[in-house]
Design a protein around this ligand. Structure first.
Ligand code: CO
Length: 214
């Protein structure tokens, strides 16, 4: 798409075409979707315009409940994400959660650079925490691009871990729900998704060494 102040009109025209095509190809789709949604997946991904969840996974309207933010972060006190998670798991009954990062992520790259000002700096701070936790691993990688790629992967793994600590998932697992959380990374260069193999299927106790006995 080329820049043009009237470009938004193209979106409306595109939408008309799409709606017509869909009604022809899948006559039941809108009737069905107007009644209710029952998505199979909860997708937590980056806001990056190059990583559109439905397109890259070949899914349709109604298949995915979606939350996106810069660098696909699970922030413990983010009411937006926590509400999406709670609604997705408890109201929609979703059992498969995917956290998908992507190589070349601008948010992750910003966290590898010097501190900067502005609102986004506070958000990026969470990725700097990932760097603190995995400092030794990252410092051992000499090649900058490789280090960047590794941080993108470690960031996803950390978010999978953080999601597995939420009260929503702890409660659901305790109640016997079979919920899985997968960590994936999407390649901007080839459009392929890599499964990082960091799937979590249950709550795991943390080492109790720093707990107070009560
Ligand atoms: Co990104």
């Amino acid at each position: 798409m080329k820049k043009d102040p009237l470009l938004y009109q193209r979106l409306l025209a595109n939408n008309k075409d799409w709606s017509e095509r869909m009604r022809k190809e899948e006559p039941e789709l809108f009737t069905e979707l107007a009644r209710h949604q029952s998505p199979f997946f909860l997708w937590i991904g980056c806001s990056d315009s190059r990583v559109p969840p439905n397109q890259i996974t070949g899914t349709m309207p109604g298949d995915m409940f979606i939350h996106r933010n810069i660098a696909n972060l699970v922030v413990h006190s983010d009411m937006n994400l926590l509400s999406v998670l709670d609604y997705g798991v408890n109201a929609l009954g979703i059992d498969t959660i995917i956290i998908c990062g992507h190589y070349g992520c601008g948010g992750v790259k910003a966290a590898m650079g010097p501190e900067f000002g502005g609102l986004a700096a506070n958000w990026v701070r969470h990725i700097r925490d990932v760097i603190r936790v995995h400092g030794d691993t990252l410092r051992a990688i000499e090649n900058e691009e490789e280090r960047f790629d590794r941080l993108v992967e470690l960031n996803v793994a950390e978010q999978v871990y953080d999601l597995s600590r939420t009260a929503t998932l702890r409660d659901a697992w305790a109640a016997g729900r079979k919920i899985t959380v997968h960590g994936w990374v999407y390649g901007l260069h080839d459009g392929l998704i890599k499964d990082l193999g960091v799937t979590r299927t249950r709550y795991e106790e943390e080492p109790g060494g720093v707990r107070m006995s009560v």
